[in-house]
Design a protein around this ligand. Structure first.
Ligand code: PXG
Length: 443
């Protein structure tokens, strides 16, 4: 194998069936990361790679931050595991309190999971069970959106709208309908921040309500900013309209904030940034800075309290995971939230966002670039696909970028970037200049 430091190389790559990866391509030319510090990864051959993706949208404070490392080490030595059902340990309660303090006012309760996908399943189940608890048991339908990404479990792919994530997995959940996506390149290409056109697409929810009857609909789930599908920024006023329609019809509104939570837009949550309050928020990733798997669902007092009836010795919600609020994840979460606060990282993201916007939009006019989209510290650069070979151009840019020392993500023919919130201006320039050079030299 062509690795300069063979002692770090696994001797056989075939056993690990890699997630969301072109396994055969990867195993012919592996891209192996062996350590990380702040804004950089180190590869197995000793190169520094600038992280333009915060890992996978999760290392918002940058990598291997001392406080988080120490908290995990100490926790592992003190309490490895405590049963999550009918037992507790202090740090899970402490983290729930810190999250409640950080979240917008209506959110007073936290249900812990281990990933974004599990947060989504949890939120969908809470929504349906909540409707039943308030005497609305006919409300079982779920509304998602085209091009939505809500993880990979059956509920999430059912309400999700990415065709490849759905089509080979059978009939999925029944009773699901989808809003149209909000991507209008003809009208909104090269918008800076929120696009002008498309708010009325929220009114499609009225059409869906008229079709099925409000009394059959439990919840509507959307990403406030859609990430995995290629960075789709909500048109101005779109989210507020969705909120109004849900309120009017008794539909639980879920914001999937797995990527927008924890400062990505320069505010704790997208709900804060847009000033639109859902009823449930799903989060994960930045909750522990990616260091230990953990997710959470934030619930309003109204939703939580609807379950707190009946005999007190009975379980109120038949749902949970072995590792819900595990000691290691809780310790990592507490240290992560402290790091964000001590370093003012959400404010920092807001401050640097205009520089990020200008830098990204300087790619307008570069060969192959047909759209640039941005909000907070998120950027999307859409490329003209090679005729008959969708995704190939963006994937080749991804490979060249890694060779040239920057890590980006691509989905379809869209480059997505979401750097750690500690990124410096010179590093933003490096990302954008490297991409420009690659695109100008790419067929
Ligand atoms: N909801 C949203 C909005 C997400 O973005 C999930 C749920 C699922 O989270 P887990 O932790 O189960 O993976 C996600 C995950 C990318 C990329 O590059 C995005 C995600 C995951 C991996 C890659 O766009 N988002």
């Amino acid at each position: 194998m062509a690795l300069d430091r063979p002692s770090l190389a696994p001797n056989d790559l075939s056993a690990f069936w890699m997630p969301f990866t072109a396994n055969r391509q990867f195993k012919q030319a592996p891209r192996m990361l062996v350590s990380a510090d702040r804004m950089h990864y180190t590869t197995a051959d000793g190169r520094q790679v600038l992280d333009g993706a915060a890992g996978l949208w999760c290392c918002n404070a940058g990598h291997n931050r001392p406080k988080i490392v120490k908290a995990i080490q100490e926790q592992a030595a003190e309490l490895d595991y405590a049963p999550a059902f009918q037992m507790g340990h202090p740090k899970a309660f402490e983290l729930a309190n810190r999250l409640r303090d950080m979240a917008p006012d209506p959110f007073e309760h936290v249900f812990f999971t281990n990933s974004g996908s599990e947060s989504v399943e949890t939120a969908l189940k809470i929504a349906i069970a909540y409707q039943r608890a308030i005497g609305q048991g006919t409300r079982t339908r779920l509304i998602g959106r085209e091009r939505g990404y809500h993880g990979v479990n059956f509920g999430g792919i059912s309400v999700g709208g990415i065709v490849n994530n759905r089509k080979v997995f059978g009939s999925l959940l029944t009773g699901v309908d989808h809003l149209p996506h909000t991507h209008l390149p003809d009208r909104n290409a090269f918008s800076r921040g929120q696009p002008e056109h498309g708010a009325t697409l929220a009114d499609e929810l009225e059409r869906i309500v008229a079709l099925h009857g409000a009394e059959t609909i439990a919840a509507c789930i959307v990403e406030p900013v859609a990430g995995s599908t290629g960075v789709l920024i909500p048109p101005k006023d779109y989210l507020q309209r969705l909120r109004d329609i849900c309120t009017r019809h008794g539909i639980v509104l879920i914001f999937d904030e797995v990527i927008t939570g924890f400062g990505r837009l320069g505010a704790p949550f997208a709900a804060d940034y847009f000033g639109v309050m859902p009823d449930l928020i799903t989060c994960a990733k930045g909750l522990t800075n990616g260091a230990v798997p953990m997710g959470a669902v934030l619930a309003t007092k109204d939703i939580h309290d609807a379950f707190m009836h009946g005999p007190e010795h009975l379980i109120e919600l038949f749902h949970g995971y072995t590792y819900s609020g595990s000691p290691l994840a809780s310790a990592a979460g507490l240290a992560t939230l402290e790091t964000y606060r001590e370093e003012g990282l959400f404010e920092r993201a807001a401050e640097i966002a205009p520089y990020w916007e200008d830098a990204l939009h300087s790619l307008k006019g570069t060969q192959h670039v047909i759209d640039v989209r941005n909000l907070g510290l998120i950027g999307g650069i859409e490329l003209d696909p090679i005729p008959g070979e969708p995704t190939r151009r963006a994937f080749s840019v991804f490979l060249k970028a890694f060779e040239k020392g920057i890590m980006i993500r691509t989905t379809g023919d869209i480059i997505a970037m979401s750097p750690p919130l500690i990124i410096e201006k010179a590093q933003i320039d490096q990302l954008v200049d490297t991409l420009r050079d690659i695109l100008e030299a790419t067929d």
